[in-house]
Design a protein around this ligand. Structure first.
Ligand code: FAD
Length: 292
């Protein structure tokens, strides 16, 4: 059983970044600990210094600006996202994902920052953050940078973060009238499992025409994907079953999965279409019902 040699609980972003940069690659951020503590204990990861981010006020704040856009601190636990009525109204697809990461105990610790920084291809928050057009705000020794979530991932459990960099927040664009979002996943059991396929969808309606759409897919490639072709298959088309099926076909074409104990590549490709179509149906229904 492994353990980290040192633990630090800074109260500012600067202090966290300086400590991680000084650790010369031996430091890791700690948010909810639901991935990193398991990895360290089981000896899958050697860590000299754990830098706990939860005492940094900005990292656990949820702010909604005047235009309705949101900034969610990277270490904010999922249960606070799921219970936030402003987020539930504006970004229901994000609340779908936050409500099904692990169970109640995991959601009381696990954060969006930790979910994307672990960078599992099956991370449940990734497809919907991509569909919502979310941006990661990254702080590091040379300052701050912003990156669309779809550009954050570079491979299975790999991402763009350099030594000393942390994700400080996820920013979401303001919701627009007659828009809706949804996240759905397929798992082999009823709960507490990792997605075999996950699909996040954001839709804007103009009457009964889909004016704009974005589709994110998880667990079907080395990284979560923005499926541009699925969005194109929807945009400018009537919100009908035929249109949804064309987008589902684009999702199937984009899926390049592996086979593992949770499912074969053929099953995942089939499911990519089914789950995408169902997520589109829910997002469209939510757009029809949206007041904003
Ligand atoms: C029983 C169980 C069930 C689970 N179920 C699911 C599930 O259904 N869906 C799912 O997607 N995941 C699931 N997970 C995995 C895990 O809970 C999630 O990935 C969670 O979101 C991780 O967040 P965390 O705050 O606990 O991250 P941590 O464990 O604190 O950190 C994870 C990794 O990210 C890094 N990190 C964390 N925050 C930052 C930051 N702000 N900047 C830079 N690096 C950072 C850490 O150094 C570490 O490498 C489950 C885990 C368990 C144990």
């Amino acid at each position: 059983m492994g353990q980290a040699k040192q633990y630090l609980r800074p109260s500012s972003i600067d202090e966290a970044v300086r400590a991680l940069a000084a650790a010369n690659g031996g430091g890791r951020a700690l948010a909810g600990g639901t991935d990193i503590i398991v990895d360290v204990r089981e000896g899958r990861r050697q860590v000299d210094l754990l830098v706990d981010l939860k005492a940094i006020p900005e990292l656990t704040a949820i702010d909604v600006d005047g235009a309705g856009g949101a900034r969610i601190g990277a270490a904010t636990p999922c249960y606070r996202i799921a219970e936030d009525t402003r987020l539930r109204r504006a970004y229901p697809g994000l609340v779908d994902a936050a409500s099904l990461i692990g169970g109640v105990q995991i959601q009381s610790r696990a954060s969006l920052g930790g979910n994307i920084c672990t960078s599992s291809p099956a991370a449940d928050s990734a497809p919907i953050l991509i569909a919502l057009g979310a941006t990661c705000v990254i702080a590091g020794p040379t300052g701050e940078r912003r990156l669309p979530v779809e550009q954050f991932f570079t491979g299975p459990r790999q991402n763009v973060l350099q030594d000393g960099e942390i994700v400080v927040a996820i920013e979401l664009p303001p919701p627009v009238p007659r828009s809706g979002s949804a996240y759905l996943r397929f798992i082999p059991r009823n709960e507490m499992d990792i997605a075999v396929v996950g699909a996040g969808v954001w839709i804007r309606l103009d009457g009964e025409t889909i004016a704009e759409a974005r589709v994110g897919l998880g667990a079907v490639a080395p990284t979560p994907l923005l499926v541009v072709e699925a969005g194109r298959a929807l945009a400018g088309k009537p919100a009908t079953r035929e249109t949804f099926e064309a987008a589902a076909e684009a999702a199937r074409a984009a899926a390049k999965p592996i086979s593992d104990m949770r499912g074969s590549d053929r099953q995942r490709i089939h499911l990519a279409g089914v789950i995408t179509r169902r997520a589109i149906e829910t997002a469209v229904q939510r757009a029809r019902e949206s007041q904003s």
